[in-house]
Design a protein around this ligand. Structure first.
Ligand SMILES: Cc1ncc(COP(=O)(O)O)c(C=O)c1O
Length: 391
């Protein structure tokens, strides 16, 4: 579209474009001359669809170094989080009803926990330190004999802060409870070795890593005691854990995206780091600017900054045609200050002025330079209305 040409898109943590190679692989399963058959059908065309799915499951499993049998296809990370949290809590409720999570989790995690609380489960909500990290001593103090599940995300979608899931998971296992990780922002971006990580359940999604929207997966470790009760009931697919006709073209898209991510991960990270550093060096001298979440603990694909004496909504408007997020994309329609940034101890005003820049494979240095200019101009303009604090 011609309109796209004028946009500077720095919102890759919200969604990424589909890689052309991924789109091509998907098309081959959609049209009349392709393999569009229902993979549940037992005829030859159905069996071919199954083969495509098997291949794609192998590609995602290879990225995560796990057994393909541990992966369940879902519609995205929201569904995976719901299935993991509601499913594991219900499956293990006879052993205990205490659960632990963090206040900085995505809504796809906090809402299932709120639902469980209403059903009579007890939930402990942990706060991060001001840098965004969870102090392991807080988790150790919160764990009890009846704790069944701990859910902590890998990369935070607003700040990029990355938790040490290996250390946290080890503690959970020592204390006999399951560990779920929302890895929607990290799969395909950070190395994840499920053969060695002490993780029981992991949620992921394709559209943050150049795959299509509407497909995700849940990893369920093949260990005693690790199981989820299903949320859906139907045709028996995926061992009844998540029935429904498998969307072969979406699955093939996720598989292809996973294979590309695996081969490009090191280069991708170098590129994202260069883009983030270029942006931060271009704006860090503006008076009253600060990062949300410590940059040293954050994934390079996300830079979240707040600014004093500037109102968030006006800033967002003044930044057009820059496509960025205020807080989480899923929350950006809300005028409320981000609960994630509030949990880091930011004031309402600073949380409201937060802008999340996120970078992707297509981001070029020129995009960053335009973003720097737009951001600096917007701050000067808005502070021009309050001249005592001009940038
Ligand atoms: C950390 C995190 N969890 C869950 C989700 C939801 O993912 P999906 O859009 O695949 O449902 C997102 C997407 O914004 C996310 O960033």
């Amino acid at each position: 579209m011609t309109e796209q040409a004028n946009l500077i898109y720095l919102d890759y943590a919200a969604s990424t474009p589909v890689d052309p190679w991924v789109a091509e692989a998907m098309t081959a399963l959609m049209t009349a001359d392709g393999n569009y058959a229902n993979p549940s059908s037992t005829h030859i065309a159905g069996r071919r669809s199954v083969e495509f799915i098997r291949h794609a499951t192998g590609q995602l499993a290879a990225l995560l170094n796990t057994d393909p049998g541990c992966l369940i296809w879902t519609s995205g990370a929201t569904e995976s989080d719901n299935l993991a949290i509601l499913g594991a809590a219900h499956y293990r409720q006879v052993r205990g009803q205490h659960l632990i999570t963090m206040r900085t989790e995505h809504k796809a995690v906090t809402d299932p926990f709120n639902t469980l609380q209403k059903q009579g489960f007890e939930v402990t909500w942990l706060d991060p330190e001001t840098d965004g990290l969870l102090d392991i001593a807080k988790l150790a103090a919160a764990l009890r004999d009846d704790t069944q599940l701990v859910s902590i995300m890998h990369i935070n979608n607003e700040t990029g802060v990355t938790q040490d899931i290996e250390q946290l998971g080890r503690l959970c296992h020592e204390r006999g409870c399951l560990f779920h990780v929302d890895a929607a922002q990290s799969v395909g971006k950070l190395p994840i070795d499920l053969a060695t990580l002490p993780v029981d359940l992991m949620s992921m999604t394709a559209h943050k890593v150049y795959g299509p929207k509407g497909i995700g997966a849940l990893y369920i470790a093949d260990r005693p005691g690790v199981h989820v009760d299903p949320l859906l009931f139907g045709g028996g697919q995926q061992r009844n854990l998540r029935p429904g006709t498998l969307p072969a073209q979406q699955i093939v898209g996720f598989g292809a995206a996973a294979a590309i991510a695996q081969s490009r991960m090191i280069d991708d990270r170098k590129h994202l780091g260069a883009m983030r550093d270029r942006l931060w060096s271009g704006i860090r001298d503006i008076p009253g600017i600060s990062t949300n979440g410590a940059m040293e603990c954050a994934f390079a694909g996300i830079l979240n900054v707040s600014i004093e004496d500037v109102e968030g909504e006006s800033l967002m408007l003044a930044l057009e045609p820059l496509c960025v997020a205020t807080g989480s994309a899923c929350n950006s329609k809300s005028q409320e200050p981000s609960y994630v940034l509030r949990a880091l101890g930011r004031s309402d005003e600073l949380a409201q002025s937060a802008i999340r820049f996120s970078f992707g494979r297509p981001t070029r240095s020129q995009d960053i330079d335009v973003a720097i200019e737009l951001y600096r101009n917007a701050i000067s303009k808005l502070r021009g209305m309050a001249p005592e604090r001009a940038a």
